[in-house]
Write a new protein. Structure first.
Length: 441
């Protein structure tokens, strides 16, 4: 995901990034998925399934700060069969495909029949995940079988509550609900269409960059400044899923027309982050199609734009974005005493500067991974150096060190990799140590 878009999302979501050491959190059970289904059926509980990948940063944030929370652990251990699933290993590959998991983290509440009762996409702090659990429990207690909806559809097709439930049940049964979803949304007033419940429903069921659900979510993002946090968060999550799926399809099929459609959608829905997101799409598509000249063009255009931004301009952007964040906090009447908020508050003080550093580091690392020419690595080294001027992060030090090593500057590479190791988090240390050992050999 584009990093500027990431920071914009943080403004809407109020994401907390605190890692807490807590052994009283969720106790995830071991075993095959079928065993979890049998257990859920026997105990009359829902499965809470965290679908993750090893490379997903927000997934790790959930483990560190949300799943480890004592209150979350108490509720989930008592009320759900808790299960973790790596979407890229073993049976996780097929299960993730079955349940249409397209973005991570993806948290599913599933009944004993294997039907999705409720889905949550993206990071949630503890208090919000507790609310999602309540929603899931309520849905699980009131769900009717698909046969009920099929039998009563003709006489209840103008009943909003019935049609909303029908949409949800079709989704849970892994059936195409596009027709029923469009019919339901057509029954609603303009005011109802932007309510939290309806936006969430549209986000959970959107499958294409067109149609009623897309129009609702795109409208929310175009009017983002006026939307409540929960509505904005739901719209962003839904669009993120369908855009990700569309991009994957465009890459797999090398379909330039589909990519152009996605780029147009990005212009409409990604706000200030659209230009960077589009550049990222272009670069990744060019990589997939093997057009390295296009990769260079897209990457270097993006890097040049970031390199031109002066520190004083970034400083002003930091101030402006922080002011917007504080205004939203005031409107939301957020709890400013929590550890999550304090971390978020500190992060937003330099969001633009850190976002630029992150972007430059990603571009430099992409050249490190894909390019074989010394001239390309030299360009990437300049981008990496600029990222370190803005934020001396352990990852950025590692990128700089690796580029130095490729360029034959071994002593300097060892020096910077040593600093990266000193600044590393526990989960980074092993990889950085291996890199340092390789350099010394």
């Amino acid at each position: 995901m584009n990093r500027f878009a990431f920071f914009i999302l943080l403004l809407g979501m109020g994401v907390g990034l605190v890692a807490q050491e807590n052994t009283a959190g969720i106790a995830f059970q071991k075993g095959e998925f079928q065993t979890m289904l049998d257990k859920a059926k026997a105990e009359n509980k829902l499965i809470f399934m965290d679908v993750y990948t090893t490379w997903c940063g927000p997934c790790k944030m959930l483990d560190q700060s949300t799943f480890s929370d004592a209150q979350v652990g108490s509720k989930f251990n008592a009320g759900f069969v808790n299960y973790k699933l790596d979407a890229e290993k073993g049976e996780g590959i097929a299960i993730a495909r079955k349940y249409a998991v397209r973005a991570y983290p993806n948290m599913l509440f599933i009944n004993g029949q294997g039907e999705i009762v409720h889905r949550v996409v993206g990071y949630r702090p503890a208090e919000e995940l507790l609310k999602e659990a309540e929603t899931a429990a309520q849905k699980g207690a009131t769900m009717k079988p698909l046969s009920y909806f099929e039998e009563n559809y003709a006489k209840k097709k103008t009943d909003k509550a019935f049609m909303q439930a029908y949409v949800t049940q079709l989704k849970a049964s892994d059936k195409d609900n596009t027709k029923i979803l469009n019919e339901y949304l057509a029954l609603l007033t303009p005011e109802e269409k932007v309510s939290e419940n309806v936006v969430k429903l549209a986000a959970e069921n959107i499958t294409a960059l067109e149609g009623s659900a897309y129009q609702i979510l795109a409208g929310v993002m175009r009017d983002a400044a006026k939307q409540p946090r929960a509505v904005l968060q739901a719209a962003y999550s839904g669009l993120m899923q369908v855009k990700s799926a569309t991009f994957q399809k465009a890459v797999q099929t090398k379909d330039r027309t589909l990519l152009d459609k996605l780029i147009q959608v990005s212009k409409e829905t990604d706000g200030p982050g659209a230009a960077q997101q589009i550049a990222q799409y272009e670069m990744e598509f060019s990589k997939a199609t093997g057009d390295m000249s296009a990769v260079r063009k897209a990457t270097e255009k993006q890097a040049d734009e970031q390199m031109k931004i002066k520190k004083e301009v970034l400083a002003k952007m930091d101030v402006d974005q922080y002011a917007l964040f504080k205004k939203q906090v005031q409107l939301e009447e957020a709890d400013t005493t929590s550890a999550d908020f304090k971390m978020m508050d500190e992060m937003m003080k330099s969001a633009a500067t850190k976002g630029t550093a992150m972007q430059l580091n990603e571009l430099a690392w992409s050249y490190f991974e894909t390019m074989t020419d010394k001239a390309d690595w030299t360009k990437a080294l300049a981008w990496s150096a600029r990222s370190l001027e803005l934020d001396r992060d352990a990852n950025y030090l590692d990128t700089y060190a690796n580029l130095l090593f490729k360029l034959g500057r071994k002593a300097e590479a060892i020096k910077f990799e040593t600093e990266a190791l000193e600044k590393a988090t526990p989960d980074q240390k092993e990889g950085f140590q291996e890199t340092l050992n390789m350099m010394k050999q």
